[in-house]
Design a protein. Structure first.
Length: 212
């Protein structure tokens, strides 16, 4: 079975113009403040870290911290960073600050990465703004600036301390996915793990049948 190709309603130049004029939101851009920038100094530092035998995870954390310093200290780095946003044509991006981390490391890592993101936002002096409401999105678009939404792809950083929800909210968190691919304290059933929820359902069904 073949699908008939529809005729284009816009020329390539018209499509580009539509994109430039539209409010474009990238709903999943995990590395918006941790993976966009890669300066020559960061490249040199990475080579040194590799020669030292550091793990990939450790190198990533060191480069994230270095990216913050580059944006704070270098006008060229700030221009390179914002140039990436311009070329992408994205007005607002949702960036991830929690994923499938080890429970004992998740809280500290999320706090650190969000603090680094806030430092980048501050260093850009209004060119990049933290979005915490729908009104913020409209203001970013109207003012010709860029916006970033803080999100979690996992609730592991909350641990068993629900007061951390308020803590992260006050840091700017607005979007939370319950779980990624690993089990946590919120969700028992997810991709690539055991069938705990299924087993619970089967046990409940068997118990009901034995009593009926």
């Amino acid at each position: 079975m073949t699908t008939a190709r529809r005729e284009a309603t816009l020329t390539p130049s018209e499509a580009l113009e539509l994109h430039r004029e539209a409010l474009v939101i990238d709903s999943q851009e995990p590395g918006a403040t941790s993976g966009f920038l890669f300066t020559d100094r960061m490249r040199e530092a990475m080579a040194e870290y590799v020669d030292m035998g550091l793990s990939r995870g450790r190198v990533r954390l060191l480069l994230q911290a270095m990216a913050v310093r580059e944006v704070q200290e270098s006008a060229a780095a700030r221009a390179d960073y914002m140039g990436l946003w311009e070329r992408a044509g994205v007005n607002v991006a949702s960036a991830t600050y929690a994923g499938p981390e080890r429970p004992e490391e998740a809280f500290e890592r999320s706090v650190r990465s969000m603090a680094e993101a806030r430092a980048i936002i501050d260093a850009l002096e209004g060119e990049l703004r933290l979005v915490v409401s729908a009104d913020d999105i409209e203001r970013v678009y109207r003012d010709g600036r860029r916006g970033i939404i803080f999100d979690f792809q996992d609730t592991t950083p909350f641990g068993s301390d629900l007061s951390r929800i308020d803590l992260f909210y006050n840091l700017g968190l607005r979007v939370v996915q319950l779980t990624y691919n690993l089990r946590n304290l919120v969700e028992l059933q997810c991709l690539g793990q055991g069938r705990m929820m299924n087993n619970i359902r089967e046990t409940q069904e068997n118990d009901y049948l034995s009593k009926s």
